[in-house]
Write a protein that binds this ligand. Structure first.
Ligand SMILES: [Zn+2]
Length: 222
C-alpha cells in the first residue's frame, strides 16, 4: 500500500505541541530545545501553523480560487481574481502550496513568530514585513543559530534563489525528519489523488504538473 503520509492523507504520529497545533512526535524534543534556547534569549517561540491535512490545504486552495479568501500579489497586496484558469492557478501558487504537496503535511514544518514581541490583540499575518519589523530580532536569532548549526535540526526552506515560492522566513523545518518522509513522494501518486478530489483549476494543474513540481515542489525537498 502507498504511504499517503507525505500528501497529508496518512495517519502521522502527532503530538499537540501548543494548543491546537500538532507536530510529528519525533521532532518534539528538538523543538522544545529550540524553544528553550529562544526563551533563554528573551524570545517566545510561538507556533502559528503546524501540521495540516490534505483536506485543509485543499480547502485553502479552493477558497482562494473562489474568492472566499483573498488572493495576494507577489508583493503581498490584495489582487483581483484572474479570470483565466492558468493565471488563477499561478496566483494561488505564489503564497499557497498545491494540496498534497505542502510541507505542512509532514508535521515537521512550522510557522513561527516571537510571541514576546507580538502586541496585545495583534493578529499575525505571516508576512515579510513582520519578519523585517516586529519579529526581526527573533529571526536574526534563528538565522544565527542555523548558521552555527545550533538550531537542533531546524532550517528555513523557502529562501531566495530556490524555486518559485516567495521566501518565507517564518517557515522552519526539521530537515532530518522531513527528508525521510519525502523519500517516497511520487508525482504519479499525487496525480491519482487529484483524480479523486474536487479541486479548483484541476485541469490546468494536471496538464502542468511536471513543470509545477520542478518549480514549486522539488526545489524544497532539501
Ligand atoms: Zn509554512
Amino acid at each position: 500500500m502507498t504511504d499517503l503520509l507525505p500528501y497529508g492523507l496518512g495517519t502521522p504520529n502527532l503530538v499537540e505541541f501548543q494548543p491546537g497545533y500538532f507536530v510529528e512526535n519525533s521532532i518534539v524534543d528538538d523543538l522544545k530545545a529550540l524553544s528553550s534556547e529562544a526563551k533563554a534569549n528573551g524570545f517566545e517561540l510561538r507556533v502559528e501553523s503546524a501540521y495540516r491535512t490534505f483536506e485543509k490545504q485543499l480547502s485553502i486552495w479552493n477558497r482562494k480560487a473562489s474568492g472566499e479568501l483573498p488572493l495576494l500579489s507577489e508583493t503581498g497586496e490584495r489582487m483581483a481574481r484572474p479570470k483565466d484558469e492558468e493565471e488563477l492557478m499561478y496566483a494561488i501558487l505564489t503564497w499557497s502550496a498545491l494540496p498534497g504537496a505542502s510541507r505542512h503535511h509532514l508535521g515537521t514544518d512550522i510557522d513561527v513568530v516571537d510571541g514576546a514581541a507580538c502586541p496585545e490583540g495583534y493578529e499575525v499575518e505571516l508576512t515579510p514585513a513582520e519578519c523585517d519589523g516586529m519579529f526581526a530580532k527573533f529571526h536574526a536569532f534563528l538565522t544565527e543559530r542555523m548558521e552555527m548549526d545550533k538550531s537542533f535540526g531546524f532550517s528555513r526552506v523557502f529562501i531566495p534563489g530556490r524555486g518559485k515560492i516567495k521566501p518565507e522566513g517564518w517557515h522552519i523545518a526539521h530537515l532530518p525528519t522531513s527528508r525521510k518522509l519525502l523519500e517516497h513522494f511520487s508525482l504519479s501518486t499525487l496525480r491519482e489523488i487529484y483524480g479523486q478530489c474536487d479541486m479548483a483549476c484541476k485541469r490546468v494543474v494536471l496538464a502542468r504538473l511536471p513543470e509545477l513540481a520542478e518549480e514549486y515542489i522539488y526545489p524544497y525537498f532539501v
